[in-house]
Design a protein. Structure first.
Length: 190
């Protein structure tokens, strides 16, 4: 790939910064469930403290961005303040608190699979609030996804979770499901 201009004046586009950034994001995001599990289950860090640790370092950058783009932000806030504030609440504390709290008992692998139910919740909310049409193939996919969630929550290591580690595991797993539900609500609102 090259930059624009006359063909003789083109120079190759440097891809290594993009690939380096993507690799760094991969490392951070792919290990977040394991980090949460370790910090909650072994280090005893409370769920709210994890949210603070995750977002406090970037808060000054976000504030600076808001200051620099204040004119545009003011227009957005005047037109959509309630929606912006609700989406912000649903995507930061609404997603992270249930995930962090639930991973006090739910293993990283199970939590990551439960989080991937986001499209399921988006579809259900779109059916309820946006007038999405019910289609046979989507209903079959929905049923299969719900069966998978039941399998994740109901069975761990080949036996019923309630027999294996008690009802507390099921409660924690259900709380983890509030995270993708919250994000789905933000998606439908936004």
């Amino acid at each position: 790939m090259t930059t624009g201009g006359h063909p003789q004046n083109r120079r190759p586009l440097r891809r290594w910064p993009i690939y380096t950034a993507l690799f760094a994001l991969f490392l951070l995001w792919s290990n977040s469930f394991h980090a949460i599990s370790y910090l909650r289950q072994h280090a005893g860090v409370p769920a709210m403290d994890l949210v603070t640790l995750r977002f406090a370092p970037v808060a000054p950058l976000c504030l600076l961005y808001c200051v620099l783009r204040w004119r545009e932000l003011r227009v957005l806030l005047s037109q959509h303040a309630w929606a912006l504030l609700l989406v912000a609440a649903l995507t930061v504390p609404g997603y992270n608190l249930p995930l962090n709290w639930g991973q006090g008992l739910v293993p990283a692998e199970t939590a990551s699979l439960l989080i991937s139910t986001n499209p399921l919740f988006v579809y259900l909310l779109a059916l309820l609030f946006l007038g999405e049409r019910l289609r046979r193939a989507k209903v079959a996919g929905l049923a299969l996804a719900l069966l998978g969630v039941y399998g994740l929550i109901g069975f761990q290591n080949g036996s019923l979770a309630s027999e294996l580690i008690g009802r507390s595991f099921i409660a924690h797993a259900l709380v983890v499901l509030l995270a993708p539900l919250s994000w789905a609500a933000a998606t439908v609102i936004g």
